[in-house]
Design a protein around this ligand. Sequence first.
Ligand SMILES: [Zn+2]
Length: 416
Amino acid sequence: MSDASVQVKDTCRLCQSKALEFLFALAPTPPANEFVPERPADGAQDHFPLDVYQCRDCGHVQLIHCVDPERLFRNYVYVSGTSQVFVKHFEEYAAEVIRYVPLVPGDRVLDCGSNDGTLLSFFQKAGMSVLGIDPACKIAEEATARGIPTWPEFFNSELANRIRSEFGGVKVVTANNMFAHADGLPDILDGMASLLDPKGIFVFEVSYLLDVIERNLFDTIYHEHLSYHSVKPLVSFMQRHGLELVRVQRVESHGGSIRCYAAPAGSRAIDPSVAGLIAQEEKAGLYTTATYTSYLDRINGLGVELRNLIAKLRQDGAKVAGFGAPAKATTLMYQFGLDAKDLDFIIDDSPLKQGLYSPGRFVPVIDSSVLNDAARRPDYLVILAWNFAQPIIKKHEPYRQSGGKFIVPIPQLQMV
Ligand SMILES: [Zn+2]
């Protein structure tokens, strides 16, 4: 481990309490998106712990090892516009926000962690004035070139001052997954609150801890995701920054997320969805340590099942490969103990990943043309991007027609 790249936190990311309790540890991994052009000469890539803690005061679940964000996000290769599923999701998202606020042409919308500007493009089409903030320089530059002005920066309260003077206050701030990514959340929320119109709304989407637990989404745990949000800690977090959580919707992104709406305190009625979800969280044991011990046992059980299945298929002479190389595949491969001996290669549709090797396990990533090559075609494809299993299976129906089979590892092991 290179020490310069990691900081260990001893206070809660939301409330600064020192009462952090260890819940469980997943296998240490390299940064989940660090695909490499070749296997390093010494055979190793930096690994960092994935230790999960919970704040005993506010209930927030989080990682304490923070890998340098410059290392994680400056050369980020994930582009949301490459996935049709996400494009559709963001289109519906923008329409919902426009209705709820409501927004009119000319209103200003800011998106923090705007990636390639997909979400903002739908606000722009509806006549809003938009600004994106994203630290991934190349993605920000490309978004700007396509007409979505995007500043290549990390959002914080200092940047909020610059936004106010150069762009203006805003009716809506959105932030998707960035709220899971960022370490300095209190300062970020202060910055957002300072930009919001009195009738404005801050909308953010994050993976939902209840789904992480109930649907076995352990592979959403990787170093880019420092926080695993649930509604109860968010309520008190918003209150400390002059905001109020007024509505929460469960949505399907990333296998299970929440879309949270926060407004200046007292400006809107609080929807029953907030109390309703807190009750569900309590009932599911999200604030009880024992829940997480049995969770880890369950995850490891799924790993044993998958490993045994692959071993048996390979013993019988079958060719097995992976499909999809999202960041979560790194956590999955490490926790389940899969490497290049189990998967000959991984097929991924992103040209940015093709020709590279998967982080730490060094499985080659190639394009899907191999499926048309009878000599090289795998007999089984383990869908590592399992949250897209349905569209992937549908798109590659000819592979299945010709005898190929898909293995979906999560939420339960399944062969299609
Ligand atoms: Zn806390």
